[in-house]
Structures are given as structure tokens and as C-alpha cells.
Design a protein around this ligand. Structure first.
Ligand code: NAD
Ligand code: TYD
Length: 337
């Protein structure tokens, strides 16, 4: 029996991961450790809140006592999703990114050592590799060249993880995935922002010339990758995951607009993001070879289903737009302070 400490389980990918694992692995219990920042939403997991193998613990990874108290619940493995995750916010203020992504990771690594975890999985990002030109792919050997405060803080965390493996023999695995999309993504990232704006006939802001390229992967494929890295990844190794689906932001914007049946006049070209990375693209052959993993969701199916999900869940969107979700914890669990 494994008892996983899943950090950041109330966010986009963490909530999808928890739902996936509870549904498919009866031998695993999950403690969801989340600080409920603006990006954490208990409504993401309302359907499994009372699941017998699931427990929510409100806690902050930057607080060592919080982390140690959660570890003492019998944790055998850590899957670390919790992070400040939005590049634009990191450009506004890098402080929370360094605190959560670097110092928070350090706390988890120390706790992982103290409690002798069987496996520690660091959920990282392809953005630590920097930006590609028109050709080439990121491999696990690509040098780290982070360009944004977000990616720099994730790269700093990755270096700490590798140092804890090298110095202390901690059984760590790092995953680096490309851009995710799917249900429960906070509507500040491109796909959910554009879909939810367009649903209300509001304009969508395309940064710069819109010719930046991202490699899109459905969140379910990322979750099966993290699971495979946890179960079968070799300690000390890094595994890249990607969707083999490169698109320019403008092509993607046109696709979303067309699928929603809206006019392209809703596009607004706005000032470019500072330091904007031009192209990300992933070589995930190591994960395919060594973990037996493959991305399975085609972009056409995944995007159609994602749009359908946002259309069917307007209450979830409204809860975020009017910040109602922020009071969800007190409603469900009472004020614990
Ligand atoms: P998200 O912003 O949707 O969720 C982050 C979660 O972490 C939230 O529930 C938040 O409350 C929690 N959190 C933040 N600070 C915390 C703290 N100090 N203590 C405890 N909990 C805290 O993020 P996401 O998109 O689900 O990303 C999850 C992870 O995957 C991140 O580490 C991110 O870097 C990585 N990643 C994301 C993508 C992507 O496309 N979204 C791609 C590759 C990797
Ligand atoms: P985003 O979803 O923020 O992910 P990341 O920056 O981690 O890749 O952005 C995806 C791409 O879309 C990126 O090139 C920035 C661009 N973008 C826009 O053009 N307009 C927007 O409003 C947003 C949020 C992003």
C-alpha cells in the first residue's frame, strides 16, 4: 500500500492526477496537500472529497512544520505538483515563485529524506530548457536555460532535486512536460482564457505576432506520464513528456474561434510578453522507450472535449470569475484557523 503526498492537488494538473489515480489504483491512498492559493480550488475535486482513500490537508509547502505534520500521516511517496505556475504573474512579481517553487521544494526534499520516502517525483516543465529556434527538440540532455522568473524558479528547484539525489541518494525522478490543456485549467492560461472569453463574446489577447509555438498535450497524458515516472522511473533520471503537437498561438486561436463559431474580429493583438520564449517542442522518446508511455489523446479530440467541458461547467467558471471558490474551503471544512 502506497500513501502518496500529492502537493498542489487542488490545481489543474494535480486534481486531474488525483482523480485518475483514485479511479485506477485501489492500492494507493492520497493525501492532497495544498495551500489553496488563487489557483487552488476545492471544487476541482468535489466529486471525490469523501473518497475513502483520499484526504485533503490544507498546508503550505513553504512552512516546514506544515509539511512535517502531513508527512507524519504515513506518507511513503511524494508527487510534487504545487507551484506558482503562471509566467505573466512571475513577470509582475517573482517573490512568490522563488518562495514556493524553490524554498517549498527544499522543504519537501528535506522531509522526503527525514521520512525516507520510496520515491520523490518533481513535476517540472519543459520551460527550464529555454527557447528553441525554428528546428530541433528539447531532450533530457538539453542544458537548462530558463528565461522567465517562473522557469528560473522551476530550474532552481530541479537543480536542488538533482543535488539531493547526488548528495544523499534520495530516490528522485524529475518530469518535464510541455503545455497542458484540459478540464479544470485556471482561466488565466491561453486555452481556458480564450475559450471562456469567447463563450461570452469577449475579445482574446494575442501577445506580439502570435507566431510563438507551443507543444500541446492533454492533461490526462501528462498524468499517465507522471504515474509512469513514479512507478517505473529510475532514481536520478529526468523524463520529458510532450504531445507531439506543435502549434503557433495564432493558429490555435483561429482553431478555438472556429470551433466556438465566433468571429475572428474578437482577436486583439496586444503588447508582447517580456522575454517571451519563441518555441517549445519536446523529444519524449526516452519516456516512450524506458517507461512504455505514449501520448494517447489526439489534439482534435482533446480540444473538442475540453471546449465541451467548459461549456458544460459554466458554474465552475463563474465561481472563479466572482472568486466564490475562495470561500469553498470554509463552506466545506469550516474555518480551521
Ligand atoms: P496550478 O497553478 O493550476 O496549481 C498549482 C496548485 O499548487 C494550486 O492548487 C495551488 O493552491 C498550489 N500551491 C501553490 N503554492 C503552494 C504552496 N506554497 N503550498 C502548497 N500548495 C501550493 O498549476 P498546474 O498547471 O496544475 O501545474 C502543476 C505543476 O505542473 C507545476 O509544478 C507546474 O510547474 C507543472 N507544469 C505545468 C504545466 C502546464 O501546462 N500547466 C506544464 C508542465 C509542468
Ligand atoms: P500560457 O498558457 O501562459 O503558457 P506558457 O507561457 O507557460 O507557455 O501561454 C501559452 C502561449 O500563449 C504563450 O506563448 C503566451 C501566449 N498567450 C497569449 O498570446 N495571450 C494570452 O492571453 C496568454 C495567457 C498567453
Amino acid at each position: 500500500m502506497s500513501i502518496l503526498l500529492v502537493t498542489g492537488g487542488c490545481g489543474f494538473i494535480g486534481s486531474n492526477f488525483i482523480r485518475h489515480l483514485l479511479a485506477t489504483d485501489p492500492a494507493t491512498s492520497i493525501i492532497n496537500f495544498d495551500a489553496l492559493t488563487y489557483a487552488g480550488n476545492l471544487a476541482n475535486l468535489v466529486d471525490i472529497a469523501k473518497h475513502p482513500r483520499y484526504r485533503f490537508v490544507k498546508g503550505d509547502i513553504t512552512d516546514r512544520d506544515n509539511v512535517r505534520a502531513a508527512m507524519a500521516l504515513g506518507v511513503t511517496d511524494i508527487i510534487h505538483f504545487a507551484a506558482e505556475s503562471h509566467v505573466d504573474r512571475s513577470i509582475q512579481d517573482s517573490g512568490p515563485f522563488v518562495r514556493t517553487n524553490v524554498n517549498g521544494t527544499q522543504n519537501l526534499l528535506d522531509a522526503a529524506r527525514e521520512f525516507s520516502v520510496k520515491k520523490y517525483v518533481q513535476v517540472s516543465t519543459d520551460e527550464v530548457y529555454g527557447s528553441l529556434g525554428a528546428t530541433g527538440l528539447f531532450t533530457e540532455e538539453t542544458p537548462l536555460h530558463a528565461n522567465s522568473p517562473y522557469s528560473a524558479s522551476k530550474a532552481g528547484a530541479d537543480l536542488l532535486v538533482q543535488a539531493y539525489h547526488h548528495t544523499f541518494g534520495l530516490p528522485t525522478v524529475i518530469t518535464r512536460c510541455s503545455n497542458n490543456y484540459g478540464p479544470f485549467q485556471f482561466p488565466e492560461k491561453l486555452i481556458p482564457l480564450f475559450v471562456t472569453n469567447l463563450m461570452r463574446d469577449e475579445p482574446v489577447p494575442v501577445y506580439g505576432d502570435g507566431q510563438q509555438i507551443r507543444d500541446w498535450i492533454h492533461v490526462h497524458d501528462h498524468c499517465t506520464g507522471v504515474e509512469a515516472a513514479w512507478r517505473n522511473g529510475t532514481a536520478g533520471e529526468v523524463y520529458n513528456f510532450g504531445g507531439k503537437c506543435e502549434k503557433t498561438n495564432l493558429d490555435l486561436t483561429h482553431l478555438i474561434i472556429d470551433l466556438l463559431g465566433k468571429p475572428r474580429t474578437l482577436i486583439r493583438y496586444v503588447a508582447d510578453r517580456l522575454g517571451h520564449d519563441r518555441r517549445y517542442a519536446i523529444d519524449c522518446s526516452k519516456a516512450e522507450r524506458e517507461l512504455g508511455w505514449q501520448p494517447k489523446v489526439s489534439f482534435e479530440t482533446g480540444l473538442n472535449e475540453t471546449i465541451a467541458w467548459y461549456k458544460a461547467n459554466s458554474a465552475w467558471i463563474d465561481g472563479i470569475r466572482n472568486k466564490e471558490y475562495m470561500t469553498y474551503f470554509e463552506k466545506q471544512y469550516g474555518n480551521l484557523k
